[in-house]
Design a binder for this molecule. Sequence first.
Ligand code: BES
Ligand code: ZN
Length: 459
Amino acid sequence: MFRRKSMITVLATGMLLSSGVVYAQTNSAPNAQAATAFDNNVIKKISADNMYNTIKYLSAVPREAGTEGEVRGVEYIESQFKSLGLETRRIPFPIYDYKLNHVLAVVDGVDFKGRAFSGSGSGNVTAELVDVGKALAGTITDDVKGKIALIERGDITFVEKVANVVAKGAVGVLMYNNSANGNNFGQANGEVPAVAITQAQGKGLVEKLKNGPVTATLDVDIQKIEKTSYVVEAKLKPNKNKDTGQIVTIGAHHDSVPNGPGANDDASGVSAVLELARILVKTPIDTEVRFLTFGSEERGMVGSSFYVSQLPQSDIDRIVAHFQMDMIGGAEAGEDHPLGGLIMYTINGQKNLVTDLGASASSRMYDVAVPYGQLGRSDHQPFHDVGIPSALFIHSPVEPQYHKPTDTIEHISKEKLQQAASIVGAAAYQIVRPDTPALERARVAPALVDYDFENRPVD
Ligand code: BES
Ligand code: ZN
């Protein structure tokens, strides 16, 4: 399950981390005590009480993206960063809600009681139906032009299916379920009227089309409402005379689900971001650290995707690691797994620099290497997508309060907060501390440890 510190592998002449980065080892191999002295620069100062108080404040009001609750949280986070003297920016981005006024799907005179996709386009179209199967790219013929595409759910995203048929000139989408699970599904980006129907209705239409043309009417009236959500960015610049030019990012999401207090999800991660900022501003570093909190994670990582998309390529090239903390204080999370169930999830299920450093930090401090696994579902995704080594730190399996109104401060464990923040703090400090001049030139390398892949169900 996990390996003890005694199994630390230290190579005599250099160490190849799974990131492919070679740590030149001109000094003697680091031992646990030396490493702990560095770690202590950060972890001795971490206050779980501070973190707890942050969570208490943030979770007092739900922080759904685009609401006043988000703004209240953002103002608090911003004021904390500013009081530390950090160069702080609130980065706005648009999010969209849809208000449905009217939907009708009629085929050959029969009302199918369809449901409009979230983000369906508005319009009233009457046209022939064309069966395009699952609307996979490259399979759609030109005869869908000016017609309504009949699509089966599955295999690719709703948005991709709609885009594929619209690219071929379809004027509407009628999509049927791929299981006997009703008609409540579907997302689009406002292109054409898009309506969901049941599997039985869809299969009926596929049969009917074999006997000749079928005409349908889709009538959707939907209002698009633009709101604003935010990313908060705080930059901690290194000493000018000792700047590696590299950047480490440490992030969490500040939004909650609608009406959820989101104490663990993810006020806990935000509290650790703020706490590590408070400590690192007083600690000499040679690498820029960016503390980030993202809005609209719960809408599909919209804030972190926006953040990454607005970065110049030169910044992306300089970001060597992204540490994401999401749900790091759940008292009832993690079952009986070591370290309270802490695990590092990467998008591709591969180790990387972040997981290497996390596992060795936890080995030094707690004698247990945090395992790693494969999962998206948080803001490490967009960083991974542009090639930045990134991982999600989370206790798994998640607690029963996940996304419930009971995700409150009462279910937060100070011990878990302390431990997770210490592991992430010590791991990030391995990169940013001045005696490791730059990753490629590091003279005091973190000990490489063995740590295991775990295929652990998360909920
Ligand atoms: N904190 C969760 C991530 C999470 C939850 C990971 C449970 C693993 C297990 C996150 O805030 C979340 O709920 N994410 C959404 C992602 C979706 C909106 C793209 C999810 O997992 O449903
Ligand atoms: Zn979350």
